[in-house]
Design a protein around this ligand. Sequence first.
Ligand code: NAI
Length: 439
Amino acid sequence: MHIQNICCIGAGYVGGPTMAVIALKCPEINITVVDNNPEKINSWNGPLDNLPVYEPGLAEIIKEVRGKNLFFSDDIAGNIENSEMIFMAVNTPTKTEGEGAGMAADLKYVEACARDIAKYSKSDKIVIEKSTLPVKTAEKIKDILEENSNGIQFEILSNPEFLAEGTAIKDLFKSDRVLIGGDSSISGQKAVKALSEIYNRWIPKNKILTTNVWSSELSKLASNAMLAQRISSINSLSALCEKTGADINEISTAIGMDHRIGPHFLRASVAFGGSCFQKDILNLAYLCKFYGLDEVAEYWHQVVKINDYQKNRFVQKIIDFFDGDLKSKNISIVGWSFKKNTKDTRESPSIHVASRLLVLGAEIIVLDSLVDKERVKLDVSEWLTRYGLSIDESKELLTKIRLSQSFENNNSDLISIIHDIDTVESEKLKSNNIPIIKI
Ligand code: NAI
């Protein structure tokens, strides 16, 4: 099956960059990324220095392919109808109400996509799960598609995305592997082949792994759980280091040189953040519980609990530094996004740290060139609302936050480093001769 038109539903951190790279590598395929948020579509069509997603190398690709074979549109119906292949790259946050609230993935956006696909399709489609989904979701999607369509054939594939924010383009160009889960039927295998051929334009065949749908769906959750587990493992040891005089960086180097362990994801930090790890592990734990595997659920849940513990431990270090009195203390927070090279602040540990410090009376100076003041204020006000503060109380605290672009001439009482900064910035910070706190 030769694919000429692709539609991707969801113009976010995954939909935008992945489709940009496919468009670059497959100039003969027309790709349209659609979203039900017209503002986001406008920004994807707007100035290159203000795209909704920042990733090193992304703007250059958009410049090359936008308007040629990559388009951003809010015409969901028309683009579903016109495409032979449809990616679903919508968000799958943790459920906030109903059964499984606080643990299970909320599939309402994916289900809405499936209903749209069924409603607007007039010919057979390959439907691809790009979002991270609980194992067995394809069954649910199939039911929705079949219930709402008029005899059209849908082939569902799972093709989870393994890119990491901050290195998305590099990851997409040189993926460790591309995973495609499909049905073993003839039509299922035909669909797998069609998608493999697209990736094979730049990914070697031996890195395109095909599995059954359930293995593919579960591999993504398992992969994120294993990655986050490494961070929680090293972070738990950082607490022991601080009690004993061992140095966590020396420990990381020493254990990471063991080839069975390896060096990646072994740097201690204030916590992992981002939109994925926490929600995916909670989702995994929920699935385990659902299948009656309580001990397994608890094992994975502990990874999230250590992450929360580490954030609070970091705040406690700051409180101890000031002997418990934070009133009117100026504290710099270096890094607002959840990591370097992204403007994504979802679940960033800086939000928790700064908000707790504000509640304790501190004033906050944020240093992060990729994030603007509106974003910072929104993040903090959401945290304060969850914490139970009234609108007026929150408003008052928000006046105690300012942003700074300068790593020199910092006049705070303490500098707290939340995420990696480069050596030049680090030297500039040191030149202030202000105490620095980090994990
Ligand atoms: P996002 O929130 O950045 O983007 C999702 C987009 O989908 C939003 O722009 C939203 O407006 C749109 N949308 C939601 N429902 C829609 C509907 N019914 N019709 C049209 N548009 C709709 O989310 P992100 O970060 O791109 O994540 C998407 C999925 O990919 C999630 O399942 C996530 O777990 C997974 N993932 C995310 C990674 C990341 O680094 N952000 C990496 C790998 C996977």
